[in-house]
Design a protein around this ligand. Structure first.
Ligand SMILES: [Ca+2]
Ligand SMILES: [Ca+2]
Ligand SMILES: [Ca+2]
Length: 324
């Protein structure tokens, strides 16, 4: 073999050794390194962020948010609650002065990180994974006669739960109640719409107080027929879905939120509602089977004391991704 051939092979060996040291041997990986450690900064391996799903929850399907790579849908293993991702970004909250009530002013653009929100209100069956003996027909109140209808169906939303009951479920499950900002973004998307499906009321898209409501007044707006006199099984109005895939964010039951409520937050404290450090009432959202359409507006908060419970108030839950 001639001298220049030896030199050529020697140089090739040096080149291969250098490549191997820099990137690892093809097909074997470097001992002691993980996929994420070998991913250049600013990039994520597909499926990598399923590791940000909290323990006790599982991804449903393979769909990932293209930006965060978080799973689009997850399920809570013990209760069966299902969640959909609300990606990070800006949204419009509240109503301009002159529209709606003082507790929703002013209209503002805010930003939230990504979170998962319950596709539906928590059902009786899901709540009974926590408290097996819960009875949604049992109340401290003497209600009007409703002709033997029951709130206890497995797939009806749990009711007769106070804010304290709802937060106890959340603590057991590793979840939390939505903040006002989270609830409103999940309900109306980014464009500031009045109802989850758009800007016009449609009685066929939500369980409102309609002609079937056995406790209704005779107001003209109650003459529509939405098919249910009291609570409906969750998800009974698929065409009333919110931009992110949440159901019954208008109507069926009011939903407890994490924040304090103030009827006049800007007039009395000059603070935003979520900046109130303490108060006498917690926020509820979305209206119920016993309420008229104006209560179902996505921007409309109301409030009740934490020990209050009745047949038109339930809750929905949220989960945050584990930190990067
Ligand atoms: Ca109804
Ligand atoms: Ca609701
Ligand atoms: Ca209000």
């Amino acid at each position: 073999m001639r001298k220049h051939q030896w030199a050529g092979r020697f140089l090739a060996c040096i080149w291969i050794l250098a490549l191997s040291a820099a990137y690892g041997s093809p097909g074997s990986g470097r001992a002691g390194t993980t996929t994420s450690e070998r991913t250049p900064s600013g990039f994520s391996a597909i499926g990598e962020d399923s590791q940000r799903v909290p323990s006790g929850f599982s991804a449903i399907g393979d769909d990932l948010d293209p930006v965060s790579k978080l799973p689009m849908r997850i399920r809570h293993d013990k209760s069966g609650c299902e969640f959909v991702l609300v990606p990070a970004g800006e949204f419009i909250m509240g109503s301009p002065r002159g529209e709606g009530d003082s507790d929703e002013h002013p209209k503002k653009t805010l930003r939230l990180d990504a979170f998962w929100v319950g596709v539906t209100e928590v059902t009786n069956k899901q709540y009974r994974a926590f408290r097996p003996d819960h009875d949604s027909d049992k109340s401290d109140f003497e209600y009007p006669d409703i002709g033997g209808l029951s709130f206890n169906g497995d797939h009806q939303p749990v009711v007769e739960v106070s804010w304290d009951d709802a937060t106890a479920f959340c603590k057991w499950a590793g979840m939390r109640l939505p903040t006002e900002k989270e609830w409103e973004k999940a309900a109306r998307g980014t464009d500031g719409r009045t109802y989850p499906w758009g800007n016009s009321w449609d009685p066929k898209l939500a369980n409102s107080s309609d002609k079937n409501n056995p406790t209704r007044s005779d107001a003209p707006e109650n003459e529509a027929d939405d098919g249910f006199g009291i609570t409906s099984p969750v998800g009974s109005y698929p065409s009333g879905v919110s931009p992110y895939g949440c159901l019954d964010m208008a109507g069926n039951v009011w939903e407890w939120g994490a924040d304090w409520w103030d009827p006049n937050p800007y007039n009395t404290t000059e603070k935003k509602p979520w900046e109130i450090a303490s108060g006498w009432a917690r926020v509820i959202r979305g209206g119920s089977w016993q309420d008229s359409p104006s209560e179902h507006r996505t921007s409309n908060p109301w409030g009740l004391t934490m020990d209050y419970a009745d047949w038109k108030i339930g809750f929905r839950v949220v989960v945050s991704p584990k930190p990067n």
